[in-house]
Write a protein that binds this ligand. Structure first.
Ligand code: AMP
Length: 359
């Protein structure tokens, strides 16, 4: 989606990835397939472009540093380094006074036992690195869960978090340009299923106070990081209306995909504008909108019924071009716009249910 926006505005795109025929590579001018640790390939790539950005935060710091020897990289390598590891990210957030879920660093089983008795049941053990969509996470509800949860880590560095009995999950997608101008898409409400984002809609059903506080926190994080590009701040909203930052995504985020169809400027175009030194575009929402994810699971009964899904003209289909529809893998999404966010959610969910070729 970033590359589509870039090509629309006349930019040529060169993408670097360990895979070939990637969703970005299918749209880009040039696709380099190489390992992120192949620093010769990274340097050759960096010398062929005018600026580097990311759509994935788990690019090793060493590759980012190699690229930065030749060319501007946005967001900066240090920011990627901080946000690609839960422990570093949470430490950054809490030491700068941002509200986060209570957490403890875990290095061994004894430490885990101590942390569990401090944070209480239930709690969630998460690997510090390379975790997304609930991967590398286990909930600890009683003493019997401790040993299996620790064994599941395979000695990876990890974080234990108190389980937050949240009212809802929300996010703020925002962007900052190189001159320090800041824009945001307001508060987006998110529903997860099996730890994977399922539905997002905007505007979120939150009070004015929560809206203002979420945006203030996002702006302060961008400011503290000296961020250039699109950033997403994911929050838990607790039952007593407190916001806790769950995670930062230093890139366009799944909860902001609805901006592609619903806003004057999408989160991807903002990323492009920010990293290319252009002014940011309007974040105005044409109409309330909802996005539902399409996971590989929908291919279970054969090719989904695209035509029937699109019988409502307010529904837009996005398929990313990933080669294999695996269970739980994000393959695309549907967006619906309507008079209200609730109506948009209803339309999008109905469109998704019509995809099943057996129904
Ligand atoms: P994460 O990969 O940390 O964003 O976790 C994915 C999803 O799991 C979140 O969006 C929540 O729905 C759930 N989750 C993760 N951590 C917690 C927690 N500490 N308390 C409650 N739910 C959580």
């Amino acid at each position: 989606m970033f590359t589509i926006e870039a090509r629309k505005m006349g930019y040529r795109v060169h993408t670097f990835s360990p895979d070939s025929d990637t969703p970005t590579g299918q749209v880009a001018d040039i696709e380099t397939q190489a390992d992120y640790h192949d620093l010769l390939a990274v340097r050759t790539f960096a010398q062929s472009v005018d600026v580097v950005t990311f759509e994935f935060e788990n690019v090793p710091a060493i590759a980012v540093e190699a690229a930065a020897e030749f060319i501007e990289v946005h967001p900066r390598g240090e920011i990627l380094h901080t946000t690609q590891n839960r422990l570093r990210e949470k430490t950054f957030l809490s030491s700068n006074g941002f509200p986060v879920t209570p957490f403890q660093r875990i290095t061994d089983l004894e430490g885990l036992r101590g942390a569990v008795s401090e944070l209480g049941y239930p709690c969630v053990l998460k690997t510090a690195g390379f975790g997304y969509d609930g991967k590398g996470q286990s909930k600890i509800s009683n003493e019997d869960d401790i040993d299996p949860a620790f064994a599941g880590l395979n000695n990876a560095e990890s974080v234990l978090e108190a389980f937050v009995p949240f009212e809802k999950e929300v996010s703020v997608v925002c962007a900052q340009d190189q001159a320090g101008n800041f824009v945001h898409y307001g508060v987006i409400e998110n529903e997860h299923r099996n730890h994977i984002l399922d539905v997002s809609f905007a505007p979120a059903a939150v009070s004015e106070r929560v809206f203002a506080e979420a945006v203030d926190i996002a702006r302060a994080i961008v400011d503290t990081l000296g961020y250039v590009g699109t950033l997403c701040v994911e929050f838990f909203l607790t039952t007593d209306e407190r916001l806790l930052v769950n995670e930062l995504a230093p890139r366009p985020h799944n909860s902001g995909h609805l901006t592609f169809d619903a806003c004057i400027t999408s989160q991807f175009e903002q990323q492009l504008r920010a990293v290319c030194g252009l002014p940011l575009g309007s974040v105005d929402l044409h109409r309330p909108a909802a996005m539902v994810n399409l996971l590989g699971d929908i291919w279970e009964n054969g090719e989904p019924n695209w035509a029937r899904s699109l019988t409502d003209p307010n529904v837009k289909l996005h398929i990313y071009g990933k080669l294999e529809p695996r269970k739980g893998r994000k393959m695309g999404h549907l967006t619906a716009t309507a008079e209200s966010a609730r109506e948009a959610v209803r339309i999008a969910l109905e469109a998704r249910s019509r995809l099943n070729p057996l129904s």
